[in-house]
Write a protein that binds this ligand. Structure first.
Ligand code: PEP
Length: 256
């Protein structure tokens, strides 16, 4: 059986003090939950707070930290940027790659996403690759093509061995921060498709153990239904991860 994961993408929210408080509240609540059913819990604060949040969680191995982004180069004259090695040195174990906000607001290109995936895998960290169709692609029934294209370009020239640490998040762009959620049937159908697409690059065993998360207005009211789908292995949560009680209730939904 695949393990589940609930990851919170805090985006550009929470200052240092608030980030530590939120992480600590989540840690304390998680410590009261039964360890055997607990999903992996991942928190993605802003870059300056990766280390302090990582320190706040350190005592609990079920909790981990993710960066929301990274640069594709190893190091160099890239003012303002952050490399995978820098992220690794903070104690973070995951890096979100290809979030739709990075693609749309910052022009992140597929070639760059592919380089970043390779860089993260090479560093022994877990990339959380975000894919998902825009509203017009869904309306025109092109959502499977759009997601297949994103997966194939992001993972180009990655061997099955390279991909061992990969996690995929299906995040329909029309559902992110909008209050619209994919139905459980839509999520399940796309997660099966993602698994099949990855299977073509790897094999049955790999595709069956691949963790595929759902993201897009997931909240305490809809999480249980989404996570009950056999191919939905948990969630990547934006807005609802900024409140400890909501986030913990989503974690509990992944334990059912
Ligand atoms: C996200 O940005 O990854 C996300 C899923 O956001 P929200 O939960 O707010 O839709």
């Amino acid at each position: 059986m695949r393990k589940k994961m609930v990851a919170g993408n805090w985006k550009m929210n929470k200052n240092l003090h608030e980030s530590i408080l939120l992480a600590d509240d989540i840690r304390q609540a998680v410590e009261t939950l039964s360890a055997d059913r607990l999903p992996a819990v991942v928190l993605a604060p802003a870059f300056p707070f990766l280390y302090p949040v990582s320190q706040t969680l350190r005592a609990n191995s079920q909790l981990a930290v993710a960066a929301q982004y990274c640069h594709a180069a190893r190091s160099g004259a890239f003012t303002g940027e952050v490399s995978v090695e820098m992220i690794r040195s903070t104690g973070a174990r995951y890096v979100i790659i290809g979030h739709s906000e990075r693609r749309m607001l910052f022009g992140e290109k597929e070639e760059e996403i592919n380089k970043k995936i390779k860089m993260v895998l090479e560093a022994g960290l877990h990339p959380v690759l975000c894919v998902g169709e825009k509203l017009e692609e869904r309306k025109e029934n092109r959502h499977f093509d759009a997601v297949a294209h994103q997966l194939n370009s992001a993972l180009e020239n990655c061997s099955p061995a390279d991909l061992q640490h990969l996690i995929v998040a299906y995040e329909p762009v029309w559902a992110i921060g909008t209050g619209l959620t994919a139905s459980a049937a839509q999520a399940q159908e796309m997660h099966v498709f993602i698994r099949q697409t990855i299977k073509q690059k790897t094999d049955d065993a790999f595709a069956n153990q691949l963790m595929v998360l759902y993201g897009g207005s997931c909240n305490p009211s809809n999480a249980a239904e989404l996570f009950a789908c056999p191919d939905v292995d948990g969630g990547l949560i934006g807005g609802a991860s900024l409140n400890a009680a909501d986030f913990v209730s989503i974690i509990k939904a992944a334990m059912k």
